[in-house]
Design a protein around this ligand. Structure first.
Ligand SMILES: C[S@@+](CC[C@H](N)C(=O)[O-])C[C@H]1O[C@@H](n2cnc3c(N)ncnc32)[C@H](O)[C@@H]1O
Length: 260
């Protein structure tokens, strides 16, 4: 166990810890994991943990015991207990479970994306604007067994808010921002409210499934490149589904048919 009391940590140690967590938020090689569930999945999916800091070690161990006993020993081994005031500075914002962690982001190259199994689709989010939506998409993509989640645009899909939205399932599936979303041998399928009606059998297992941004949908450039456009049926007068909901519908349409 590596449990240090914040009181026994000298001032420079405390400053270093705060700086470390602040710097990690800008470090493209690190992931900041806010809360218990992100830590739980990071451990389950073999993330390299750099730090686990809590203001309530007993509470954290109890939570692990109750919710995820498989990760309890790893948490106990890594956790560093600090005073609440110090924790708050490492983890600004609301923190129900009183733990914040750092882990290495997996390195994902274009070659690795090309080499992914063609038995499952890749999800592409074109310029998503809500970090919570990105996280929810990663979560459902991991659950449904998609091959990867790619994003374009300005948002970092590994932003702490997005990792919180995925409950740490970023470690279960490749997640990367890239403009090179065309993957050899994979048809590009635009999921678009103006497409042809989606039939579960019309989703190729090896597709790149492209979803548009929350406000403006898919760009004309992507729609022109697409091999097909599919729409999720909706009742009249409903304009669209939420982005993450649309991803869930399409992935589970594919998966339920695969398993039928
Ligand atoms: C909130 S919607 C964007 C709505 C946007 N105003 C539009 O016209 O496309 C975000 C994305 O979810 C997907 N989506 C939502 N509802 C859909 C539907 N009924 N059929 C197909 N795709 C849908 C599309 O990929 C869309 O670009």
């Amino acid at each position: 166990m590596n449990a240090l009391s914040g009181k026994s940590m000298d001032e420079s140690g405390q400053d270093q810890l705060i700086s470390r967590f602040q710097a990690a938020r800008r470090d493209p090689e690190l992931a900041v994991l806010e809360g218990f569930h992100a830590l739980k999945h990071a451990i389950r999916f073999k993330a390299a943990l750099h730090a686990v800091v809590t203001h309530n070690l007993g509470g954290l161990e109890l939570l692990a015991e109750q919710l995820a006993p498989d990760v309890r020993d790893t948490i106990t081994e890594h956790a560093q207990a600090v005073r609440y005031e110090l924790f708050e500075q490492c983890s600004p914002g609301d923190q129900e479970t009183g733990v914040i962690s750092l882990a290495a982001r997996p390195v994902i190259t274009h070659e690795m994306l090309q080499a992914l199994s063609h038995d499952a689709p890749v999800v592409l989010l074109e310029s998503p604007s809500h970090l919570g939506n990105i996280g929810a998409v990663v979560r459902v993509s991991a659950a449904a067994g998609a091959a990867a989640v790619l994003t374009t645009g300005s948002h970092d899909p590994w932003h702490p808010h997005s990792i919180r939205g995925s409950a740490g399932l970023h470690f279960a599936i490749p997640v990367v921002r890239t403009d090179e979303y065309a993957l050899a041998g994979r048809p590009l399928i635009a999921i678009d409210p103006d497409g042809d009606e989606l039939q579960p059998a019309s989703i190729p297992a090896n597709a790149v499934l492209a979803f548009g941004s929350e406000r403006s949908g898919l760009s004309d450039a992507l729609l022109k490149r697409a091999d097909a456009r599919l729409r999720i049926p909706m009742e009249p007068a409903v304009s669209s589904l939420n982005l993450a909901t649309a991803v869930a519908v399409v992935l589970y349409a594919w998966r339920l048919r695969r398993d039928s």
